[in-house]
Design a protein around this ligand. Structure first.
Ligand SMILES: Cc1ncc(COP(=O)(O)O)c(C=O)c1O
Length: 386
């Protein structure tokens, strides 16, 4: 008997009731019944994003919706700023340059949050700037950037946030923080199989859209909005019908738990993961900070290669963790704890992680790490433990 345990920061494990929806007969999407499901998903996402802005849903991974946002917001040569402290921000620099945008990068060390005062100074010092991009939770390192401060630093331009792994796990107050465009997907804390992405848009974002000339078709925001304003609201093209039904069930679960309660659970899971790692005598790569609620990055001891460790964990323990790429390749492993995850999932993953490191020749006290993690979630239960 062998169990597979998925513990990467997306895709994430599905709640059984979400998985079950995929087995239902496919239905026509242009009916009032299905349209009600679709609109409930739109409203649920707005609730999770804490926004009254319009929200458009696309059948695509998050990168597609982000590319669509660039096509809908800009004209060739527009000057934008990208705040870069990780692999996903680097992707946005590359992508926006492909579209002929004039990209000013505020580069910052991987593994540390960006200093938003630097961003504010860069915004003030850059003439003709129209927008600024930042990643909320930089999944490549586990760092969560301060989106409230980003919103403040970018008041004079349109702010664009990649919250792919932030939404549903890390605090996000779209309207209160003045975030004009938020782009994310459904396969992380939103507990749905990959394939859906969405964008929320402030009135200022729509204004910028009005003058944007980059070509677009599939991701055209006007077409998406018109389809939502039709007699039977829906999408301009055939959507991933079953995924939307699955996201509907996942969102109902999240909203039943409560947005605040869901975020608080993720904060606890992050604390457990970090306490467990430190309790085993290992070093964190991501900061030891409550913002790190979705993913914990661990710097591996000398002589342990992350690819070997991830492979061994899967082969021997059935636990899937995430390796790292770019400058972190070989040295950092990431534990995802977002979505349908509870305290005992984190304990299991930490146990396997510690055992695998021992197997590969690094001596450590697995029990110490597990006890430290348990102590976070239940101090009284673990009082007797070392
Ligand atoms: C922060 C962040 N941005 C963007 C993406 C890209 O999303 P997708 O793979 O859905 O295109 C991811 C996915 O891992 C992510 O974590």
């Amino acid at each position: 008997m062998r169990k597979y345990r998925l513990a990467v920061p997306g895709p994430t494990p599905l709640p059984p009731e979400v998985a079950a929806v995929a087995t239902l007969p496919i239905e026509d999407e242009r009916t009032e019944r299905y349209s009600a499901v679709f609109m409930r998903v739109i409203d649920g996402l707005r609730e999770v994003l804490r926004t009254r802005n319009e929200l458009l849903l696309f059948t695509s991974s998050m990168t597609g919706a982000f590319e669509g946002a660039m096509q809908n917001l800009f004209s060739p040569g527009d000057r934008i700023l990208v705040v870069n402290n990780g692999a996903f921000a680097s992707r946005w620099t590359e992508l926006t340059r492909r579209f002929g945008l004039d990209v000013v990068e505020v580069a910052s060390e991987w593994g540390r949050p960006v200093d938003m005062e630097r961003v504010a100074r860069a915004v003030a010092a850059t003439p003709d700037l129209v927008a600024a991009v930042a990643v909320h939770c930089e999944t490549s390192t586990g760092v969560v950037n301060d989106m409230r401060a980003f919103g403040e630093a970018t008041r004079s331009v349109v702010s664009i946030v990649d919250s792919a792994s932030g939404v549903g796990a890390c605090e996000l107050r779209t309207d209160e923080w003045g975030l004009d465009v938020v782009v994310a997907g459904c396969q992380k804390a939103l507990m749905t199989p990959p394939g859906l992405a969405f964008v929320s848009l402030s009135p200022d974002a729509w204004l910028l859209h009005r003058r944007a000339t980059l070509p677009r078709y599939y991701f055209d925001w006007d077409k998406a909005r018109d389809a939502m304003l039709a007699d039977i609201p829906g999408t301009p093209w055939t959507p991933a019908i079953s995924l939307i039904s699955q996201l509907d069930v996942a969102l109902r679960g999240l909203l039943d738990e409560g947005v605040d309660e869901t975020l608080a659970r993720h904060v606890r899971l992050g604390r457990m993961a970090r306490a467990g790692v430190l309790g085993m005598g290992l070093e964190l790569f991501s900061p030891d900070d409550d913002r790190g609620a979705a993913v914990t990055a661990v710097r591996l001891p000398e002589g342990i290669d992350s690819r070997a460790l991830v492979g061994h964990l899967l082969a021997e323990y059935g636990v899937q963790l995430a390796d790292s790429a770019g400058p972190l390749a070989g040295r950092v492993v990431r534990i995802g704890h977002c979505g349908h995850v509870d305290a005992f999932d984190v304990v299991t993953v930490l146990s396997a992680f510690g055992l695998a490191l021992r197997d590969l020749g690094h001596p450590l006290d697995v029990g110490n790490g597990v006890a430290a993690a348990l102590r976070v979630t239940s101090p009284t239960l673990v009082r007797g433990l070392r």
